[in-house]
Structures are given as structure tokens and as C-alpha cells.
Design a protein around this ligand. Structure first.
Ligand code: IMP
Length: 431
């Protein structure tokens, strides 16, 4: 039975949570493979807003929800998130946490801020959740894993080493290190106690489930352009957000993945620093930000907004092997007289329809646009009619815009989302 991967093909915040939520109903298990509380999916359930940061959004569909081995987990935040999920009446007993996932400690979070400060003008604009420093420890082979929270002796030994090592780093930055080994051990053992019932060998669980023909949904976090290898380095997150990270971070063999859904917005947004060729710093950018409610779920920072950039999305389609597109927030564009789509870049007077090979060139990329006529702002009733017609009754300008995107990316748009609610989506639209 197939596993379906859901991957953002822009700079994150493409609406992956909603797409996962929609697809989760026909799957058995939902898995997150990478990242941590830097992500955030806002779900609207009966008009109530629930934000999930670490637990896969399949939890609200009563599905087995796995936090995979590739994640970095803040156990304190996780417990509070589980509490919120329970308050909404969902079964947290469906949660499983990989024993191999790494733990974010408060010193990671503080270091995130210290390192950003040290970078000065070149700061990344991280979410300050300690993501980078926790992944540094993982790769340096000195990280602490979820299973370590279940063993007092091992935890005390590992925290002891960390307190010494991090103390030196803090003092090199002239910052006081105020974490005591005993306090950390006590606090994190308590988290371990409260989370122990969820901590399991998720790799074996998943492989056995796939062998038993269970259907698995792999929910990506962040976007392809934030991938630590393939994104706009160094303005990226610290994990592989593309298909390779989904595989290594869940332990699922690639042969099971038969469908790769690339999620993209009908325009582009970015949080934090880094190149963004189609960014709009004018009233249209403001229009998109306000109408699209473009404020970060995790940090509440306003997102930078701009036109659709098909050069980046095409690169992400090719890199991930995307088989179909889920286009979100198409309603936000309604009411604009003209709509631009970036189809090429100009860099040092040369034209490119592929990503710049050097990150330095990315900063210089000027977008070359194809301009489309806009369509009117459509009411809920009008969208409902369009949905009823399976898309056939959509304004012809919108249809032209969507056809162009499909043609450019070379993969079909299989989902068209026009609002935050679950039901505001057209499946297999006739464009
Ligand atoms: P970090 O992941 O907190 O280290 O942040 C690194 C970069 O990735 C920053 O530019 C963040 O704004 C961005 N980022 C991290 N997570 C997300 C996300 O879920 N959505 C959008 N941007 C993100």
C-alpha cells in the first residue's frame, strides 16, 4: 500500500497542515520526519483555532500520529501541545514518539539567540526554538535522545557532559550559563516520565504497518527552499525538508512512497532573512499579507509576501519528484486587477529559468514576469458554486492562471484550496 509524502515547494507556510488534514481521513498513520517546534500548522475545527507545532496534524482526524526519528523535540512544549489537543477532545493516545528523536534543551534555545546576535547583519531570522543548536549536537554525536529521558543514569551522565561543553561555549560568548546539571536532570526526567507511554521504536512500527498494508501520510515541515542542502543556504533551517529528509527522518523505505504532493500557495511568502526575488514591498504585498493573514503561527512575525515564483517551485518539483500539486490560498488573489508570475530570473544581464547555482547570485536575481488578468473577489457562495461544478464554473482568468502553472510545472493541480476550513477545497478540479 502506498505512502504519500506532502512537501512544501516554496519557503514554508504553504498550507501543508490543511492538505495533510484533508488527506488524513483516507490514511491510517500520519508521520512528521524533521524539524521541531519551528513549524506550526493552524487548524480550524468548527471555527475554533488549534495550533499544532510538533504533533502531526493527523491527530485531529483520530489517526496514529508519529513524531519521527528525524525530529528535534521540545518536551515541555510537546506536553502543553498534547494538553491543548486533549482539550479539543482528540485522542492523544494515538501519539507515538521515536525513541531516536533528539531533545531540545533550554540551552539550545538560548544559544539560538546568542548565535543569531553574533551573526549581526547576516542573521538568519530563526524561530529561536533551538532548532539549529539541537541539530548541531545530533550531528556532533553529543545530542540527547528521547529514549535517554527514560534512564536516569544515562541522562545524568549525558547532561553532565553537555553542561560542561555548553558552559564553555557560553563563556566564549561572554554569556552567563545558568543551567545546573541537577535541575536539568530533574526537569527532563519528569518530562520523560510523562511522555514515556508515547516513546516507542517508530521505525519498526512503521515498517510493520506498511507490510500490513496500512496507509501512511508523511507530513513535511518547512519548505524545499529552506532545506539545509538544497535551499537558499545559509538562510535555511537545519534539516532536510525535501524528500530525502522525509525518508531518513521516518525510516520508511522509498519504495513505499508512490505519491508526492507538492504544496504551494498561489503567491509566495517567506519568514526570516534570505533571498526572495518576487518580494513585494508595496501596497500589493500589504494586500496579500492582510487578506492572506500572513503572520507566522510560531513567532507571529509578519511574513514577507510576493508574487508566485515558478522558478523555485519548478526546481522543487524536480528535486522532490512531485507527482501532483495542491495549490492553496487561491482565494487571496481575488480582487487584484493584474497578477504576475515569475517565469525567469535575470542575473547580471543573463536570463535563467533554473535556480542560480550560487547562493550569492540568488541575491541578485531579478524576476521576469508573465502578467495575467485578475478576477473578482469571489464570495463564499460563488466558491461553493465553483466547487459544485468541480471547478468548471471558475472565472476564465483564474482557469488561465491555473493552466499556466500546471503547464510550467509539468504536473497536475489535484487540489485547489480556497479558504482555511477543511471543506474549502476542490479535489481533482477541472481547470
Ligand atoms: P529555524 O528553523 O528556527 O532555525 O529558522 C531558520 C529559517 O527557517 C528562518 O528563516 C525561519 O523563519 C525559517 N522557518 C523555520 N521553520 C519555518 C516554518 O515552519 N515556516 C516558515 N519558515 C520557517
Amino acid at each position: 500500500m502506498p505512502a504519500i509524502a506532502i512537501i512544501g515547494i516554496q519557503f514554508g507556510d504553504e498550507g501543508k497542515g490543511k492538505i495533510t488534514d484533508v488527506l488524513a481521513s483516507s490514511n491510517d498513520i500520519v508521520v512528521r520526519s524533521q524539524g521541531g517546534p519551528n513549524a506550526g500548522h493552524t487548524l480550524f475545527i468548527k471555527n475554533l483555532k488549534l495550533s499544532v507545532h510538533q504533533v502531526p496534524s493527523g491527530i485531529v482526524r483520530d489517526k496514529i500520529s508519529i513524531l519521527g526519528n528525524g525530529m528535534v523535540i521540545n518536551p515541555k512544549l510537546l506536553l502543553s501541545e498534547l494538553g491543548d489537543i486533549e482539550k479539543f477532545g482528540f485522542r492523544v493516545s494515538n501519539v507515538k514518539i521515536s525513541h531516536k528523536a533528539h531533545v531540545i534543551f533550554p540551552y539550545h534555545q538560548e544559544l539560538d539567540g546568542i548565535e543569531e546576535e553574533a551573526k549581526g547583519a547576516n542573521k538568519i531570522g530563526t524561530t529561536k526554538q533551538g532548532i539549529g543548536p539541537a541539530y548541531i549536537d545530533k550531528v556532533a554525536r553529543s545530542g540527547i535522545r528521547m529514549e535517554d529521558l527514560l534512564n536516569e543514569d544515562i541522562l545524568a551522565q549525558k547532561i553532565g557532559v553537555q553542561v560542561k561543553m555548553k558552559g564553555k561555549i557560553f563563556s566564549a560568548y561572554n554569556k552567563p550559563f545558568e543551567y545546573k546539571k541537577e535541575d536539568l536532570v530533574k526537569e527532563f526526567l519528569e518530562y520523560g516520565k510523562n511522555l514515556s507511554k508515547y516513546i516507542v521504536d517508530t521505525d519498526s512500527y512503521l515498517i510493520n504497518a506498511l507490510k500490513k498494508k496500512k496507509r501512511v501520510l508523511l507530513e513535511g515541515a518547512q519548505g524545499s527552499l529552506l532545506d539545509v542542502d538544497h535551499g537558499t543556504y545559509p538562510f535555511v533551517t537545519s534539516s532536510n525538508t525535501t524528500i530525502g529528509g522525509i525518508i531518513s527522518g521516518s525510516g520508511i523505505p522509498p519504495k513505499y512512497i508512490t505519491q508526492i504532493v507538492g504544496v504551494m500557495k498561489a503567491y509566495t511568502t517567506r519568514v526570516g532573512s534570505g533571498p526572495f526575488p518576487t518580494e513585494l514591498k508595496d501596497n500589493i504585498g500589504e494586500f496579500l499579507q492582510k487578506k492572506g493573514r500572513e503572520f507566522g503561527t510560531t513567532t507571529n512575525r509578519p511574513r514577507r509576501c510576493g508574487w508566485e515564483d515558478l522558478v523555485i517551485s519548478k526546481a522543487a518539483v524536480d528535486l522532490n519528484g512531485v507527482t501532483e500539486i495542491a495549490l492553496t490560498k487561491v482565494d487571496t488573489l481575488g480582487g487584484l486587477e493584474k497578477i504576475n508570475v515569475c517565469i525567469e530570473y535575470e542575473i547580471d544581464k543573463k536570463k535563467y529559468n533554473t535556480l542560480p547555482t550560487s547562493a550569492y547570485d540568488f541575491e541578485k536575481a531579478k524576476p521576469i514576469y508573465k502578467t495575467f488578468d485578475g478576477w473578482k473577489d469571489l464570495s463564499e457562495e460563488e466558491w461553493n458554486k465553483i466547487k459544485k461544478s468541480k471547478g468548471k464554473d471558475m472565472p476564465k482568468q483564474l482557469s488561465k492562471y491555473l493552466k499556466f502553472i500546471e503547464h510550467y510545472l509539468g504536473v497536475p493541480i489535484k487540489m485547489l484550496s480556497y479558504g482555511p476550513r477543511r471543506d474549502q477545497i476542490i479535489l481533482n478540479p477541472k481547470i
